[in-house]
Design a protein around this ligand. Structure first.
Ligand code: BTN
Length: 248
């Protein structure tokens, strides 16, 4: 990634190859200012959810932000859907493409996952913080066989090469704006936007061997599901397999 000036109060560190932008910020957790961001051109140890790795070759955008919100711990996980909304806005602004969100926080473009988000809390320190890591398959050239059915890149879907600097700038702008709103209005406006972007609503949900339909997104970003048989349940953030979204 070439040098780029980001018009922003908190620092933006631009790196070539790192192990993981989340790990990078974790190492700075005692000293970094609220809002510090790091962007890398590639990662050798990209981290995904549930202990998985995240493929991170050149061509993608790998960005993490360290935040120090003074809020009740139970509100912190809603920063993850906030980041998903920011990604949708940024992709539309920088690439002219409309994404949607597969609950809870995968961003899809025409049925392909183009972005994953990893939220991590750094607790037990003098100054606790959270790190929101975002990986976007922007110009990623190819994916291993086992990922091809679900993952894609923005460039492959749109047929247009993505300007990584413009995408990074748009993403930081949207993250900063949504975070500022989230701090002042309690996140209500972000929730409404998230609901509008959520691709699961009205679609089939498979989880824990059960099948149902997604009805709504709750105030706490849970997914309200009506199982076959009529029972309703609010699913909390976790792994839910949803048919009909990937490869659509
Ligand atoms: C997932 O879909 O499982 C989440 C993937 C999150 C990947 C991003 S890339 C930037 C940041 N650094 C990491 O090591 N992981 C996150």
């Amino acid at each position: 990634m070439s040098a780029f000036s980001f018009d922003r109060a908190a620092p933006v560190l631009v790196e070539g190859c790192v192990d993981s932008t989340n790990l990078y910020l974790r190492r700075l957790a005692d000293t970094a200012a609220d809002g510090t961001a790091v962007i890398a051109a590639s990662q050798t140890a990209g981290r995904g959810r549930s202990g998985r790795s995240f493929l991170s070759p050149e061509g993608g955008l790998y960005l993490s932000v360290l935040l120090r919100p003074e809020l009740a711990p139970e509100r912190l996980p809603s920063l993850t859907p906030l980041a998903a909304v920011a990604v949708c806005r940024a992709v539309e602004a920088a690439c002219g493409a409309r994404c949607g969100i597969k609950w809870p926080n995968d961003v899809l473009l025409e049925g392909k996952k183009i972005c994953g988000i990893l939220f991590e809390s750094v607790l037990g320190r003098e100054k606790p913080c959270v790190i929101v890591g975002i990986g976007i398959n922007a110009n990623t050239a190819s994916f291993p066989e086992e990922l091809r059915a679900i993952a894609g890149s923005i460039a492959a879907v749109t047929g247009q090469r993505v300007d990584l600097n413009a995408l990074a700038a748009a993403l930081l702008r949207e993250l900063d704006a949504l975070y500022a709103r989230w701090l002042t209005d309690g996140g209500g406006s972000v929730l409404e936007e998230y609901r509008g972007l959520c691709l699961n609503l009205g679609r089939e949900v498979l989880a824990g061997g059960r099948r149902g339909v997604a009805l709504a997104v709750g105030e706490d970003y849970s997914l309200l599901v009506r199982w076959d048989g009529g029972e309703e349940e609010a699913l909390r953030f976790g792994e839910v397999s949803v048919r009909g979204l990937y490869g659509a």
